[in-house]
Design a protein around this ligand. Sequence first.
Ligand code: DAH
Length: 339
Amino acid sequence: MLDKINRLKEEIAALTASDAAAVEALRIKYLSKKGSVSLLFNDFREVAPQDKKAIGQALNELKTMATEKINSLRESTETTDAATDGLDLTRTASPIALGTRHPLSIVREEIIAIFRRLGFTIAEGPEIEDDWHVFSSLNFAPDHPARDMQDTFFINREPDVLLRTHTSSVQSRVMERQKPPIRIICPGRVYRNEAISARAHCFFHQVEALYVDKNVSFADLKQTLLYFAQEMFGPETQIRLRPSYFPFTEPSAEMDISCNLCGGKGCSFCKGTGWVEILGCGMVDPNVLEACGIDPNVYSGFALGMGVERITNLKYQVKDLRMFSENDQRFLEEFQAAH
Ligand code: DAH
């Protein structure tokens, strides 16, 4: 009997298990009611009285050592299970690296939000356009220089297929299919055949606004412009309108704002004038309304268009236009706090 106990001790001491199921199988094999250790306790009844003390002691030792062995195997598989899952629940979580929004997206969204508060809704149009929507419907003369291959990217001639040079094309698309009142804001990318430099690029972004209804006046335009400028650049911002020319508006104007860097005193950014130009605008030319199927005797409207890069430059002083499309992470990360 003592031999049996010792052999079992050796056997149990050498046990190994790779997972929790294997440990449970061993527990059943040795320690359950029918397990080999328990069966030895049954045999104990047959042991001669003079041997009972020694064998009883050995049996108890065997049971304790078997229980401890199974427990320690169970503990070791529990830690390896967690390790195989690749999880260490005690580790401190690593911080989530937040992405940044592109500065042009930040500014575009801000422009849109301001016009939304005035009841404008977003309208979009295609970047690949035709002559009618980019030029003819907008009152460009047949020999207007913008139609030149030097200024516009043509994909095809006769019929003309081209990349839009401004978002004003969305104006005519919307006016053709929608009756006034129309109050839209059109953000989008535009293309021009320009050599790429710090101050010019072959693609950039514009936001166009159009309001057509009965009795829309220049005063409505001016108040909208003032509201926009003060929301965008702060309540002290002043505006001034300079007469200008666009084929699709009459009268036309360019809007300057008081320089937001020096507050209008004059600095190198505004070249000492205290003013910086930010957009073009005007009353929609009756020819444009007519070309798009809207009666100019009943309706009038105003339009304005601005470059998102220009506004972004004013807000964040980005000197080189090329920064916007180079995806330099160091530049983009500077806008982490902006939104
Ligand atoms: N389309 C003009 C441009 O690309 C900007 C512009 C000026 C849009 C006056 C307008 C406007 O709607 O009324 O330079």
